[in-house]
Design a protein around this ligand. Sequence first.
Ligand SMILES: [Zn+2]
Length: 536
Amino acid sequence: MKANNLNIAELIQFSPGFVGIQGRRLLIHDLLSLGQFRRDLIESVGINNAQRILTRKGLFWGQADCAGMKRLFTWENSVELLKAVPELIKITGMAYAQITELHLDERTGRLIMELKCADSSEVEQHRVEMGKSEFPICWAMAGYLSGYASYCLGREIYFREVQCQGAEMSSCIFIGKDADSWGKELETCLSFFHAADIQRKIESLTECIREQQQKILLHNKQLKAVLKQGEIFGIETRSKAFSNVLDFANKVAQFDTTVLITGETGTGKEVIARQIHAMSVRKKYPFIAINCSALPDSLLENELFGHKAGAFTGAKSNEMGLFEAANKGTIFLDEIGDISLSLQVKLLRVLQSKEIRPVGETHSQVVDFRVISATNRDLDLLVQNGTFREDLLYRLRVLHLALPPLRERQEDILPLARYFLDQFRKKLKIPALRFAPETVDVLTSYSWPGNVRELENALEHAAVLCTDGVITPDILPKAISGRKDSKNSTNVPLSLDEIEKRHIRSILELTSGNRTEAAKILKISESTLYRRLREL
Ligand SMILES: [Zn+2]
């Protein structure tokens, strides 16, 4: 058989449910959907892997086509069989193709073949989905030619596309040579012809993703810590008791040792801890805070020390603990008096060795951190009762800072109240927000058992309820304003809105202005509560 005598159209068969060539089944594809598939492939596995996959798809096709041609006809020689390739390319709709050069040295087996193509279906697919390309894109065609020629000659022949219409050239040109003739030049394109070690690749990608996740996690934790640091500093104090505390905190900051901060709930222990961190040599590194009473034992341990993948059900990957996240910085352990004895032992070991061992991990790692802890409980009493370890207490209380309750620093009540009012003016967007003169007396004569936090909550509660921006005593929580509840004795019929307003107000008073708790009692979301308050 000679290529000249070939009429490929005779090899095509059509019957219902079957389209074939040389007796093999073909599948007719829609070009646009192939283009979309191509884009998906590039986006999901990257351009190099997409090129490799499509090149290999072409390679298998070329081999199959050449095998079919060999089976059907007896060819005069290999060159004639090679010459049939443009016809196959045309009939399958891949492109218009023409051989422009063909030298085969039968003795040495060396081949040089050049093929010129136009209207490549791959160029069209690529162009529709991705536009103009900077480099040749007829990957499947290069694979096809390589597969065909290799099968034809019984050795490795590689085709490379050296110019492409997809990259704005006048035509697509493919050059095919045997591996020896290509020499070193082949190295760059060889990987596109070989199957990748997918399993190893998946493993290395998974590892890479895990590393990135860890980096992001650390970055987020540090970012949150840095953001919080700037929030609340700059509160002045007029009271002797509190300025002594601040002076001492300044001194404490310079010594890189553990600090225990004690004081009633709401006295601002975390604020002081942040202040100490911000004035220490560790200020450029994270300040990580955790409330030890907020989590059950096992979760707290996991949160503090991290875990290894597989340490327990659901531990899918290694996770960094807060000690590690606080590396070079400060870790603030709030409500330290509430941790269990077993966790106290682990914490003591960490403080002694400065080494962390994530849950499920066999090796420890050295971490550099400073511990500041806080509690509103009497730790000495807990030691006496046997619920807190004495050796841990000594470790934690190298330096001790006792915060005075707000009632012992009365001079600070008004500056603090004005500071918070300023915050709510911005947060709630009420520019006219201010105190009525009689409110000032009420605020300063109250004992504030819930300390600074109670003051903050009460003012937020009042700011939300006030109608014209003026905070009058009657909208402060009842405990603070000291007024008697006389609303129920009114005989004036109330509207539904008024009843709702009064009910919400009474619940807010019950929770000392804590909106989260109030929303819980009212069984509505916090944002709904907010909206209702604004509407009313
Ligand atoms: Zn091309």
